[in-house]
Design a protein around this ligand. Structure first.
Ligand code: 5GP
Ligand code: ZN
Length: 138
């Protein structure tokens, strides 16, 4: 997509601190890192949402994430990582090109667990839970 910043990095039209590349995926440092080593893993082609990815591209993306997590942790001597994505604008996705965040974490760094992304916690009845379970299962 012509006006997409991650497409431009993938095409090497603009500079990115690229740390790994596969046939379908690219990993580079986040320009505004939440922690040293904050890395983004993206498909080279433009897809907005996770469920837009063809199976082969998705498999390559998650394999790349899996491979990079220990490398990123080792590179910055992290104690742990948060790995996740904002999948859609309502979830906070600002760049509409699929990207997985690898955020290194350090003991006492003052950050939050991934549970902090939710809004007010719902108080769900057993019936509502039954409906949700069935809806996802189908
Ligand atoms: P989102 O909110 O869409 O999940 O996160 C987008 C991420 O992309 C942010 O963490 C932001 O710092 C990063 N980002 C935005 N523009 C650029 C850029 O031009 N280069 C790089 N390397 N990262 C970017
Ligand atoms: Zn793009």
């Amino acid at each position: 997509m012509s006006d997409c910043i991650f497409c431009a990095i993938a095409a090497k039209d603009i500079h990115g601190r690229i740390v790994h590349e596969t046939e379908h995926s690219l990993a580079f440092l986040d320009v505004n890192p939440l922690a040293p080593g904050h890395t983004l893993v993206v498909p080279k082609d433009h897809y907005a949402r996770l469920d837009d990815l063809p199976e082969e591209i998705s498999a390559d993306l998650w394999r790349t994430v899996d491979e990079l997590v220990p490398r990123v942790e080792a590179a910055v001597d992290a104690d742990a990582t948060n790995v996740g994505m904002n999948n859609g604008p309502a979830a906070g996705q600002e760049v509409e090109h699929v990207h997985v965040h690898i955020v290194p974490r350090f003991e006492g760094d003052g950050g939050s667990p991934i549970h902090a992304v939710g809004g007010t916690r719902p108080d769900l009845s057993d019936e509502e839970l039954d409906d949700i379970e069935a809806a996802i299962s189908n």
